[in-house]
Design a protein around this ligand. Structure first.
Ligand SMILES: [Mn+2]
Length: 482
């Protein structure tokens, strides 16, 4: 049986003012062709089906049409929710979709693990795989947070909870696989006596041995390479889950990271990546889906994942450099496009290294691309004199600098200070001013509370009753945490 792993479709994405409707439509058409071509019987969509919790109607319509077409092709679909998906929105049609061979798992249910275990049968009703369908984990679904826990303890607790959740599901899946093995043994015993050969053969094949167990997840694993469009997700305070936290699935179908990659060097733990570029920094990376064949399990004892390259449905390009080089490259691109004469547009991002104002730069670019098929989506500028001179700072020590000076240095070193941004310079300078004023307020309120503490210590007699809450102290701790 052929199984396809994909993720991060982000149906309904609005990309810098452009719709992805045409691309997603083309993607689904391509996918349906692949289903027929490779006789795919199951698709696992590992989260972020939709870009938002309230996707536009056309995105829902596309998804519904896909469901109908897959059903006609007797291809099953398993969808787990990602961090972009709304649990309630996906659950709305869960029961309806179940009638069409689509399993939707939107929420982690530690109290009913069996909900996450999906036996997958082929067209002939034989068990081919067991899928442990785990969506994006929201910590409140797993843990009840304890008060007075340090960040480190919280992280450790959460990681343990995630790990046990995965292992509990895996164990349940193993039991299901074992149960089918026991049934197999029982059938083997029947072989000794007289039996109806044909019937036994059919029954035996129903309980195939060594059924592969496939896991899913929508999270960041340690060391995974992200891209601009990936919204950082923290499961509570946990920024990444180590690969060792997962049970030994025969295949782990991951979502969330848009660059296709294997995890921890294991060919059978993979991010399929998004099928279309969701940000400019995903360009020049081949987009693909992962094809699995349960036949591999019988022949090799493990899966041998194959990549299905996804065609590019919308040309996108980034041009970067000094303004004169950028303009030159643009002119060449305009000539190329008019020669190709296929009516296909190019979505363009320009990064200029310059000290000039952005509006001037934009004007020059617009002049060159006017009337062409180039659709300019974003211009950013990188200030040439950005390299910070550290020579004078080398001899400085922290104690020589004021608190405000340290903060200014931090700002200068941050992305805000680097001015490589989409917003105008005015927005950025307003942001910097605001940040500085918030920082000054924080510092002065901290200084005030320190003074108050010192005054209290000087005035009040030594404490006798330790059980009395110290309001002042609580506030200081709260302030430091925030
Ligand atoms: Mn995503």
């Amino acid at each position: 049986m052929k199984i396809l792993h994909t993720s991060d479709w982000h149906l309904g994405q609005h990309f810098m003012g452009r719709t992805r409707q045409a691309e997603h439509k083309a993607l689904i058409e391509w996918l349906l062709f692949q289903v027929q071509e490779h006789q795919i019987e199951l698709i696992i969509l590992a989260g972020d089906v939709f870009d938002t919790g309230a996707p536009p109607s056309y995105a829902r319509e596309l998804f519904n049409e896909l469901v109908i077409s897959l059903n006609q092709l007797t291809c099953q679909l398993i969808v787990v929710a990602g961090n972009h998906d709304s649990v309630s929105m996906l659950n709305e049609s869960k029961n309806l979709l179940a009638c069409l061979d689509v399993n939707v798992i939107a929420k982690t249910l530690p109290e009913s693990l069996s909900e996450h275990i999906l036996p997958v049968k082929n067209k002939h009703g034989q068990l081919e795989a067991i899928v442990c369908a785990v969506p994006f984990i929201r910590p409140k679904d797993l843990v009840s947070s304890k008060s007075n826990q340090s960040e480190t303890d919280k992280k450790r607790d959460l990681l343990n909870q995630i790990q046990s959740f995965y292992f509990d599901i895996y164990e349940e899946a193993l039991n299901l696989a074992k149960k089918t093995n026991q049934d197999q043994e029982w059938l083997d015993q029947q072989d000794d006596g007289k039996r109806d050969d044909k019937n036994i053969e059919i029954q035996k094949s129903l309980f195939d041995l060594d059924v592969p167990i496939i896991g899913t997840g929508h999270l960041t694993t340690l060391g995974a390479k992200t891209s601009e469009s990936v919204r950082d997700i923290y499961i509570g305070t946990l920024e990444a889950v180590p690969a060792q936290a997962f049970p030994p699935f025969d295949y782990l179908a991951l979502g969330h990271i848009h660059r296709a990659q294997v995890v921890a060097g294991n060919d059978c733990q993979r991010y399929s990546g998004s099928p279309i570029c969701l940000s400019f920094d995903e360009l020049n990376r081949d987009k693909s889906m992962v094809l699995l064949d349960t036949q591999n399990m019988l022949n090799l004892g493990k899966f041998k994942p194959q990549l299905l390259p996804v065609p590019n449905f919308q040309a996108m390009k980034t041009i970067r450099g000094e303004i004169k080089d950028v303009l030159q490259e643009l002119k060449e691109l305009v000539t190329q496009l008019s020669a190709a004469d296929d009516g296909k547009s190019v979505w363009l991002e320009v990064k200029v290294f310059t000290d000039a104002y952005l509006s001037d730069v934009q004007k020059h670019i617009q002049e060159v691309i006017q009337g062409s098929l180039i659709d300019l989506l974003r211009v950013t500028r990188q200030v040439k004199t950005q390299v910070v001179d550290h020579s004078n700072q080398a001899k400085e020590t922290l104690s020589e600098l004021s608190v405000e000076e340290v903060f200014d240095r931090c700002l200068a070193a941050s992305t805000l200070g680097k001015l490589d941004q989409t917003e105008s310079e005015e927005t950025v300078s307003t942001e910097i001013t605001e940040l500085k004023s918030i920082f000054t307020q924080c510092v002065s309120s901290m200084q005030e509370s320190v003074i108050k503490d010192e005054e209290e210590l000087a005035v009040s007699p030594p404490k006798h009753d330790n059980t009395l809450p110290n309001k002042q102290g609580t506030e200081v701790v709260g302030g430091a945490d925030a």
